[in-house]
Design a protein around this ligand. Sequence first.
Ligand SMILES: NC(=O)c1ccc[n+]([C@@H]2O[C@H](COP(=O)([O-])OP(=O)(O)OC[C@H]3O[C@@H](n4cnc5c(N)ncnc54)[C@H](OP(=O)(O)O)[C@@H]3O)[C@@H](O)[C@H]2O)c1
Ligand SMILES: *[C@@H]1O[C@H](CO)[C@@H](O)[C@H](O)[C@H]1NC(C)=O
Ligand SMILES: *[C@@H]1O[C@H](CO)[C@@H](O)[C@H](O)[C@H]1NC(C)=O
Length: 293
Amino acid sequence: MGLLLKIFIPLLGVALAFYLYSAPMNFSEEMLRGKRVIVTGASSGIGEQMAYHLARMEAHLLLTARTEAKLQKVVERCLKLGAASASYVSGSMEDTAFAEVVVREAENTWGGLDMLILNHIGRTYFNYFNGDVEHVRKLLETNFLSYVAMTVSALPMLKESEGSIVVVSSLAGKTSSPFAAPYSATKFALDGFFGSLRNEFIIEKVNVSITLCILGYINTENAVRAVSHVIQDTPAPKEDCALQIIQGAALRQREVHYPPRLVSILLLLRAFAPEFLDSLTRNNYKVENIQRT
Ligand SMILES: NC(=O)c1ccc[n+]([C@@H]2O[C@H](COP(=O)([O-])OP(=O)(O)OC[C@H]3O[C@@H](n4cnc5c(N)ncnc54)[C@H](OP(=O)(O)O)[C@@H]3O)[C@@H](O)[C@H]2O)c1
Ligand SMILES: *[C@@H]1O[C@H](CO)[C@@H](O)[C@H](O)[C@H]1NC(C)=O
Ligand SMILES: *[C@@H]1O[C@H](CO)[C@@H](O)[C@H](O)[C@H]1NC(C)=O
């Protein structure tokens, strides 16, 4: 009996503590109800789908992209789906001043912010690197610097609300595949910047979560148009992709992988057999369909 008390009870305690500590939190749609969320690149593709999910979950939405006519339609649909409120600001993220305008708009209407979803990307080419340094600079402004500028502007509000930053990246931001040199560079930059920031938040006990989303090939119109003649894999559905991003963000996960298994396996391969992964990628591409421009 003495032995039992001395060993079994403490062991049980440790096991229970471990279980309670590690029991995964479950997602529920209420987590987003009434939350104030900015979604960038929300006029089409994955950003548009995230807006619809958030609307169904009764969040407050501020959407942004360049094309006003598309944003108007997305806002209308969000209101029908049940958004607590929905509005938009249109403009180009090539200009980091616009990034600050969007955050100020949230501050003026809500006086706070719970989630910043950074998702937009500028137009680029899918082809051999053409030596255009100006294009790389421009793409860095749109795909990377505007993310930094929005984060800086939004941080006081996010600290106040113990909110979340969601950064939408790509397998091309973790592994190097051909024909996407400028794009890949901007996505790798996001990993470095936001990974460093996450560590600083932990050191300084800033309770703002950072979720980096590593996406494979998704069936958005623009992506399919850009790569389907070279990449023959079936793209994953944008609706489910958008939902998985929101769930991961609400659960304050470090990373979201989508499609989950495929991305996780490729990242493991990259860690243990990078040259093998590179050759797999090259062999999977219909390189003969790339016309040098
Ligand atoms: N689809 C994929 O296969 C895939 C794979 C990996 C990662 N991702 C990532 O997922 C995210 C969304 O991709 P997606 O396929 O949904 O893209 P998408 O359909 O092309 O949407 C891009 C969004 O960004 C906006 N945008 C474009 N240029 C802009 C600018 N200069 N300033 C502000 N907004 C601008 C677009 O609207 P306007 O044209 O109206 O401005 C649109 O709302 C991106 O971060 C992308 O890198 C996608
Ligand atoms: C999450 O859901 C599972 C299965 O529905 C359940 O067994 C578990 O207790 C839930 N965890 C929490 C933290 O609520
Ligand atoms: C951080 O914020 C989240 C969301 O408000 C909360 O659930 C969590 O308990 C907070 N963590 C700490 C350590 O304060």
